[in-house]
Design a protein around this ligand. Structure first.
Ligand SMILES: C[S@@+](CC[C@H](N)C(=O)[O-])C[C@H]1O[C@@H](n2cnc3c(N)ncnc32)[C@H](O)[C@@H]1O
Length: 224
């Protein structure tokens, strides 16, 4: 297993972004893990506690309902939704990420798939009761962030929910960071540009030392 070098990582991501090839590097992170899902440096190896809290508070939304997990990584959040009773698709642009999920959860009910948020099956449009996004937008640059947000919103069924979890920043700060956290104006475009309704919005600091600010937002698509 290759040791993670944060400086080399940021440089590698920056080069791909500058070459307008912003998704070509993701598979290398999973390939470097050499089959060990624990070696994926951004994986928490447990579901988001905020996702679990939302699931606990909304137990009746899951009956015969469909959920999709964007950029599902090593699968923790997809499994949490599946355990709650959702019929789940977990997709990722990285083939190796999907291999890790399948090997980690050989008996999973989750439908793990290699797919691209920017070019997914048209049948997915407005087809999901729950769309879960965690930390994908923040690893993309410029126009791809806008495309990603729209593609996420377009997955949500009428009366369905989008749950969005990400690092956060104050406007004007950390402008060159990798990952680039979302400021409030950017995440609020789920409401102002994509016509979703904000159901809840949490700004919090995580438990790392030093702690990192985050947003966890729940949006709903109202009936047309
Ligand atoms: C920072 S990781 C977060 C992974 C996981 N959601 C988590 O919270 O641990 C971003 C994930 O998005 C995936 N990804 C990036 N661009 C994507 C795209 N266009 N379509 C699908 N997945 C994508 C990457 O391969 C990676 O697994």
């Amino acid at each position: 297993m290759k040791e993670f070098d944060p400086i080399a990582y940021k440089q590698m991501v920056k080069e791909h972004q500058e070459n307008d090839n912003p998704t070509a590097w993701f598979d290398s992170i999973y390939t470097d893990a050499q089959g060990d899902y624990k070696a994926v440096f951004w994986a928490d190896l447990e579901p988001s506690p905020y996702l679990l809290k939302w699931l606990k508070e909304n137990p009746n939304l899951s009956k015969q309902k469909k959920a999709i997990v964007v950029g599902c990584g090593v699968g923790d959040d997809a499994e949490a939704l599946s355990n709650q009773g959702y019929e789940v698709i977990g997709f990722d642009i990285s083939k190796e990420a999907i291999n890790l999920c399948k090997n980690r959860y050989p008996n999973s009910k989750v439908n793990y798939q290699v797919a691209d948020l920017f070019d997914y099956d048209k049948q997915w449009l407005e087809n999901f009761d729950v769309v879960y996004e965690c930390n994908t937008i923040q690893v993309l640059p410029g126009k791809y962030r806008i495309q990603a947000r729209k593609a996420i919103s377009n997955l949500v069924k009428p009366r369905g929910h989008a749950l969005v979890s990400c690092r956060s920043r104050k406007k004007g700060e950390q402008e060159d960071d990798i990952p680039l956290p979302l400021d409030f104006d950017e995440i609020n475009k789920f409401v102002s540009d994509d016509n979703l309704e904000e159901i809840s919005f949490l700004a919090y600091n995580d438990t790392q030392v030093p702690s990192i600010p985050h947003f966890f937002a729940v949006y709903k698509r109202n009936e047309k």
